[in-house]
Design a protein around this ligand. Sequence first.
Ligand code: ZN
Length: 303
Amino acid sequence: MFKTEYRGRFAPSPTGALHAGSLATALGSWLKARAHQGKWLLRIEDLDLPRCAPGADRIIIQQLLNCGLHWDEEIEYQSKRSQFYELALNQLKKEEKAYGCRCTRKQIEDQLLRLGKKKDRHGELVYPGSCRKLNEVTEPCAWRLLVTDPEIESSVGDFVLRRSDRVFTYQLAVVVDDYLQGITHIVRGEDLLDNTARQIYLQKQLGYPQPHYLHLPLVLDDNNEKLSKQTNATAIACNTPDEALEALQAAARHLGLDEPALFKKGSYSSQSSESIINQSTINESTITQWLETAVEHYRKTRL
Ligand SMILES: [Zn+2]
């Protein structure tokens, strides 16, 4: 039987080190890709440079390596891929599916007020499409997608593809990258669930195939809020193999993979009589062993 190749990815923003939540997402997407004998790609989503922390990409990469979550193919950086986003935007412009808009936030607020509409969606403004009919729009302007799907139109409106400061938005970049990298399966955190309809719509407008989506439950903090770099979630400790294994086990438990077989106490402890070098070798192969067991377990229970 012909089987389509599975291609998954992990796409962190380098705004800080991986925390318990982002490691769970990384592990979940890694396990699924490995269980399908597929590829797992790493993409650094660093489009919004002012929000990125210098060096955070290197830290994330090291954390993944320490945890044995190795990726296939070359790491892609969104900040180096603008030419691809430009091509996609040009395609939409040519097909009159995108239009320029110079409205300021204040103007959009006023337009909405006149229309008797309130801001919605976490205080985000749903743009009412005021510039749809303009013929000539001069740069600098934002470029918006012309949304004709009633549900998406009412929930997010004609969303921005490129901001007036020429920065491409996450929505466009992620859709273009997933397509160009041939991603077939997207496994990511539940916090991105409400972007999915928009992204599927954009894929259709660009004539791209639709990948499969799976959204993983978020790790919450003591206040029941999602862990995020903005709320200063603690970076996972994984500098030693023991720490890395512990972090992986916590991530797996979060994903509901806490089978006794997988977490048998003591079966992974290091032997104190070994020399430091040997001990670290033993522990590193232990991580690999643990990951292999986890993949087997995932294959049996989740596929
Ligand atoms: Zn406008």
